[in-house]
Design a protein around this ligand. Structure first.
Ligand SMILES: NC(=O)c1ccc[n+]([C@@H]2O[C@H](COP(=O)([O-])OP(=O)(O)OC[C@H]3O[C@@H](n4cnc5c(N)ncnc54)[C@H](OP(=O)(O)O)[C@@H]3O)[C@@H](O)[C@H]2O)c1
Length: 313
């Protein structure tokens, strides 16, 4: 075979080779990622957690070759090392491995935190390893759930140039959708996830409290509001933002908004501040949508910024 053909074959084989994996920290995410990667044909050479029992259980679920409570013993020899401990011990766990020269040269060290960047793994560079992050943009309550939800979820990645091709491949292998971000953008990216996921729960709690003050039980209220939320989500999906915005602010119905503020101030004053803050932001959105005239927008802004609620005239 001509040299060019043989070279193409070698490159093809290298591209097809699946890096070996070690998982340090085998809770929900570590175990699920290990299981998904093993299913995709990666060899999981070792797993480690704080307690040997958890490590043994995780090794069985993943089908890992060995387990330990000493991370550096499991990371040695692996081409990719996931540090999937709780966020506040990722850095110290990585440093402990480095202290034992536990990363191979050219290994790729990855953590899965949404809030922290790959910079917290920088000690691994002392072993000539490259560092990156891979954050599945989902909320997982259990390993089984994570195993089902990672495929099809967006996975945000950032890190060293040499690490990224490997990380992109891992995302593809677990069935994730790639999303490349910058290390500097990670904190705001995570804040966005908190707003979209956690604050949605907070908003629902706020709506239930307003309904409770109106005499509607939480059970009925929850069942009644869920179809409204689902309809709104499908509008956002179909039309985007700000086109999906409806309601009194988008319509410029100042009297209705003034009545809301008055009733909230009288019955559930603890929610007035959050209602006003969200209302102000919604006025800007309605202006962007083009359904709100500037003089009506000004009236609404005055209402939302007023210390004491009252009529707008
Ligand atoms: N859960 C989610 O919804 C989610 C979603 C996206 C990303 N993430 C990220 O994924 C990472 C892991 O989260 P998780 O929810 O999987 O956490 P988790 O279920 O609490 O699991 C953490 C694991 O780390 C082990 N561990 C703790 N300290 C350790 C140490 N010093 N050395 C070695 N192992 C140690 C624990 O071992 P023992 O069991 O032996 O104590 C446990 O198995 C975090 O960075 C998190 O931000 C989580």
């Amino acid at each position: 075979m001509p040299i060019a053909g043989r070279l193409a074959n070698v490159l093809f084989l290298v591209a097809k080779m699946k890096p070996t994996i070690a998982i340090i920290g085998c809770g929900t995410v570590g175990t699920a990622m290990g299981k998904l990667l093993a299913r995709a044909g990666h060899r999981v050479t070792g797993v480690a957690t704080k307690s040997l029992n958890t490590a043994g259980r995780a090794a069985k679920i993943i089908g890992a070759e060995q387990f330990s409570d000493r991370p550096w013993e499991m990371s040695q020899g692996a081409q990719v090392v996931f540090v999937t401990t709780p966020d506040d011990v990722i850095e110290s766990t990585c440093e402990a491995i480095v202290k034992h020269r536990g990363f191979d040269k050219n290994a790729v060290v990855i953590h899965c935190s949404g809030a922290l960047s790959s910079a917290i793994l920088s000690s691994a560079r002392r072993c000539e390893a490259a560092v990156a992050t891979l954050h599945p943009l989902q909320s997982f309550a259990s390993v089984d759930e994570a195993e089902k939800l990672v495929p099809g979820s967006f996975c945000a990645i950032e890190g060293d140039k040499t690490a990224l091709p490997v990380v992109r491949r891992l995302v593809r292998d677990v069935g994730g959708i790639l999303m490349e971000i910058t290390p500097e953008g990670k904190t705001l990216y995570h804040a966005a996830a908190v707003v979209a996921s956690n604050y949605l729960v907070t908003l629902m709690h706020l709506a239930l409290a307003l309904n409770r003050a109106a005499g509607i039980s939480p059970d009925v209220s929850c069942r009644a509001l869920l179809p409204l939320i689902k309809g709104t989500l499908s509008n956002i999906d179909a039309k985007g933002i700000p086109a999906a915005l409806t309601g009194p602010i988008a319509r410029g119905d100042v009297d209705t908004v003034a009545a809301h503020l008055k009733a909230i101030a009288e019955r559930v004053p603890e929610f007035l501040m959050i209602y006003k803050a969200l209302g102000l932001h919604t006025v800007h959105l309605a202006r962007e949508k083009g359904t709100l005239k500037s003089d009506t927008a000004e009236k609404l802004v005055t209402l939302f910024q007023r210390q004491k609620p009252g009529r707008h005239v």
